[in-house]
Design a protein around this ligand. Structure first.
Ligand code: PLP
Length: 390
């Protein structure tokens, strides 16, 4: 019988070894370095003959506990924790790509990831080709002999499109390229890309993993040979997660399943409400039957997540008016918080893009993104209702 327990149990019961004080909950190890018994202990530890902590840029009991939990939750072999999600993504590229390599990515990626592809990776002669979410059939034609990584997020930000992970896994395997998935919107509770063939899964732990809008964090997990490269790159370049943030995030994981269940329940109700409202053109939520990739979402996700995208009637101006009328929900750039957050990408985060470029990432003028929180569902719906009624 396997000793691996259920997801919720692993999230709670996986802990660093107790200290001499027999504490029940893992304490915070605010120490930059660790000591050795003698010269031989120190030599063997540095030679990696012993599994000991040396210095907190390399590892720390708090970051290791957080990493071990996500590794178990994602079904990965190993992992490394970072100060932010972007540090995890950049370090993954830094470790696995060489100058002259090529990346194929879905165009709908987090804004800073897009900036890495278009501004920074080209500095090292690494090129990226994009495919659109609704043109996955064209993806194979973008693959070249120097393609090293196939990269995607699903569900996508902010339009909540779904990419077929099984299909991406098959393509990556066929061409012998690495599949890297940003699993931030789903969390390992809802979706496990490794089961579909992902080699590396990255997260911004800042979002649903923390879930309470307090700390920044990131993580990369996956195949141990690749994580070893990412670890060596990171221990030398220094984007490590702080023990304090790891302590908070490991604690957050203890409630990930109950929080995400409730987030999804609230989000589904918000999506149904919006679909019935006459001032809303359309609603996109993975577990609504009207979602274009509903079947794929059902295949690869346990529940639909907490992000709902919808279009208010009346274009950019209507989107701005809607935001101004919101009373309780927050206008903020974060997501995956206990507090419901609404954003209007066309007038804010994506306002610098041309209309044509916005449409490439499915951002229409009246698109609103709601990150549905944990307030009482009636209060969330009442706020959206009063803001939609002109
Ligand atoms: C927020 C986010 C990131 C970046 O994470 P940070 O922790 O802010 O650096 C990357 N990918 C997705 C999908 C995100 O939502």
């Amino acid at each position: 019988m396997s000793t691996k327990k259920h997801f919720e149990t692993e999230a709670i019961r996986k802990q660093s070894k107790r200290s001499q004080f027999s504490e029940h909950s893992t304490p915070l190890y605010l120490t930059s370095s660790f000591v050795f018994d003698d010269a031989e202990d120190m030599r063997a530890s540095f030679a990696e003959e012993k599994d000991k902590n040396l210095y907190s840029r390399f590892s720390n009991p708090n970051t290791s506990e957080f990493v071990d939990k996500i590794v178990s939750m994602e079904g990965a072999e190993s992992g490394y924790a970072f100060a932010t999600g972007m540090a995890a993504i950049f370090s993954t590229f830094g470790a696995l790509l060489q100058s002259g390599d090529h990346v194929v990515s879905c165009r709908s990626v987090f804004g800073s990831t897009h900036t890495l592809f278009t501004t920074y990776l080209p500095k090292w002669d690494i090129e990226t080709s994009y495919f659109n979410v609704n043109e996955v059939d064209k993806l194979e034609r973008l693959i070249k002999p120097n393609t090293k990584i196939l990269y995607a997020e699903t569900p996508t930000n902010p339009a909540v499109d779904i990419l077929d992970l099984e299909l991406l896994g098959k393509i990556a395997k066929k061409y012998n390229i690495l599949l890297v998935i940003d699993n931030c919107f789903a969390t390992p509770y809802l979706q496990k890309p490794i089961e579909f063939g992902a080699d590396i899964v990255v997260h911004s732990a800042t979002k649903l993993i923390d879930g309470q809008g307090r700390v920044l964090g990131g993580i990369a997990v996956g195949r141990s040979d690749l994580i070893r490269e990412i670890y060596l790159f990171s221990r030398n370049t220094g984007p490590a997660m702080s023990p304090f943030n790891a302590w908070i995030l490991s604690k957050s994981l203890e409630t990930l399943a109950v929080r995400v269940d409730k987030h999804c329940d609230n989000a589904f109700k918000v999506a149904e409400f919006l679909e019935s409202h006459s001032n809303v053109n359309w609603v996109k939520y993975p577990f609504l039957k009207s979602h274009p990739q509903y079947k794929v979402a059902k295949k690869q996700m346990k529940l639909g997540g907490n992000i709902v995208a919808f279009e208010v009637k009346g274009g950019i101006e209507a989107g701005r008016i809607f935001l101004n009328k919101i009373k309780m929900c927050s206008l903020s750039a974060n997501l995956g918080d206990t507090r419901t957050i609404v954003t209007h990408p066309a007038s804010t985060t994506h306002s610098k893009l041309s209309e044509a470029d916005r449409l490439e990432v499915s951002i229409t003028d009246g698109l609103v993104r709601a990150s549905v929180g944990l307030e009482h569902i009636d209060d969330i719906i009442n706020d959206l209702y009063q803001a939609l009624n002109t």
